[in-house]
Design a protein around this ligand. Structure first.
Ligand SMILES: NC(=O)c1ccc[n+]([C@@H]2O[C@H](COP(=O)([O-])OP(=O)(O)OC[C@H]3O[C@@H](n4cnc5c(N)ncnc54)[C@H](O)[C@@H]3O)[C@@H](O)[C@H]2O)c1
Length: 272
């Protein structure tokens, strides 16, 4: 996809990686970005910052709690009304709160399901749209297990399963919407990535968890945002990508169960 003059909608973009995504999209030619975030977020200041840098009217802040179905749909409708359509949807909003795990599943998984369905509805060729791209933000925790945030892991694994399934040719051929997942490494340098942004719940030893988390490679949000632009331009529907440390963005090939079983058997026989 050529990003020039496209319209993007990014959830959770008042700060952190979402803000870096909005900025990088504008830098690469996107005409308008709708920045969805909570009423309590610094969304107005963040949109102003982008308008100062890229020109007035390029970014708007739309108050939207993605866990509220009516607000989320209204934000899509507002974006279409303001900018005439939507070409790119980034389901980025996320929290890490193992104590309030039901809210976390609502934000990190249920809202990504809804954002994906809204993206297909508003951009799908089969529903009057022009096609487009959806990128769902998962995590390295969407691929590996972790003792430190098991429910976050479950939600982020869910995002990958959802994306690989809606990304299959059956849907893509009907809608013309490419759907991909991007997994930032475990520690991206944002408020969520800082110690204060975590609530790891009652089951883990915080000191031990943080000591281990700090051994992971850290990447800047700007690196993840560059990865996002690269996959929007050339990733295939259903693909899963990881952006970790300073490495370039890499596609992760997840084998089907037959390949996994065959390799387990091979391992079993080579062990005896
Ligand atoms: N920081 C990391 O280490 C890391 C690593 C891998 C993946 N991720 C993922 O990247 C994404 C962005 O995380 P970040 O590090 O930029 O975090 P962040 O906390 O800096 O930003 C998250 C944004 O989401 C918004 N948000 C939270 N709940 C919302 C809701 N209900 N409705 C709308 N907006 C809401 C927040 O207000 C905030 O602006 C998340 O999906 C996160 O899971 C982060």
């Amino acid at each position: 996809m050529n990003l020039k003059d496209k319209v993007a909608l990014v959830t959770g973009s008042a700060r952190g990686t979402g803000f870096a995504h909005a900025m990088e999209l504008l830098r690469n030619g996107v005409k308008h970005v709708a920045m969805l975030d909570l009423a309590t977020s610094p969304g107005t200041e963040s949109a102003n910052k982008l308008n100062m840098e890229f020109g007035q009217g390029r970014a708007i802040f739309v108050i939207c709690d993605v866990t509220k179905a009516d607000e989320f749909e209204a934000a899509f409708a507002k974006t279409v009304k303001e900018f005439g359509g939507i070409d790119i949807v980034i389901n980025n909003a996320g929290i890490l709160n193992e104590s309030n795990w039901k809210l976390m599943i609502n934000v990190d998984l249920n809202a990504v399901v809804q954002g994906t369905m809204l993206g297909m509805k508003y951009m799908g060729k089969n529903s009057g749209g022009k096609g487009g791209v959806i990128v769902n933000i998962s995590s390295a925790a969407g691929i590996d297990p972790s003792a430190w945030y098991p429910v976050y892991v479950a939600a982020k694994h869910g995002v990958i399963g959802l994306t690989r399934s809606f990304g299959l040719p059956y849907h893509h051929e009907k809608t013309g919407v490419r759907i991909m997942a991007l997994c930032p490494g475990v520690v991206t340098d944002t408020a969520m990535g800082e110690d204060g942004g975590h609530d790891l719940g009652p089951f883990v030893d915080y000191e031990l968890a943080l000591k281990d988390i700090r051994t992971q490679s850290i990447q800047k949000p700007e690196v993840v945002a560059k990865a996002l632009v690269e996959i929007i331009q050339q990733g295939r529907s259903g693909s899963v990508w990881i952006s970790e440390g300073e490495e370039s963005v890499t596609e992760v090939f997840i084998p089907d169960r037959f390949t996994l079983i065959a390799s387990s058997r091979k391992q079993h026989y080579s062990d005896i």
